[in-house]
Design a protein around this ligand. Structure first.
Ligand SMILES: [Zn+2]
Length: 150
């Protein structure tokens, strides 16, 4: 765990990220006034807020937030949390999350969709992709269920 913590700090240092940096979700607000609240436990009111805060958690390497907000019917869902954390970290450590663009948001009472484009560079390769994500509301909380590549 210490090793993982060090990696996390190193990565954050590399990009000189602080709570006063602009939030990776692209809102234009400082991280401390944006997605940090969700990462600290505030519940997103909409699937769009959840989607942005999840992108932000990938960008800042916060696997626990990704896990907490993934629906149990998602194909990556597993009760083996340590392995799941490692998988997420392998992904986030090898990627630079450059930009998030929201293409469409279809809100609903218990189900919502967000289409987005994520600009991602991995080892000098462009790994950007567009996805239409499906979100489900359960017990007043939004969860990420699944995604379709666009
Ligand atoms: Zn944000």
């Amino acid at each position: 765990m210490q090793e993982e913590e060090r990696k996390k700090v190193k990565k954050v240092c590399n990009i000189k990220f602080t709570v006063n940096s602009s939030c990776p979700c692209g809102s234009g607000n400082k991280y401390k006034n944006c997605c940090q609240a969700f990462h600290k436990g505030k519940l997103p009111k909409t699937a769009l807020e959840l989607m942005k805060s999840r992108y932000c958690a990938f960008s800042l390497n916060i696997p626990k937030y990704i896990i907490k907000t993934t629906h149990e019917n998602n194909q990556d869902y597993t009760k083996d949390t340590p392995t799941w954390i490692k998988d997420i970290q392998n992904f986030t450590n090898s990627c630079e999350f450059k930009k998030l663009e929201i293409l469409e948001f279809i809100d609903g009472k218990n189900q919502a969709f967000v289409s987005f484009k994520a600009t991602i560079i991995s080892e000098n390769r462009d790994c950007s992709f567009s996805e239409k994500s499906k979100f489900i509301k359960k017990n007043d909380k939004w969860f990420y269920l699944s995604g379709l590549f666009l």
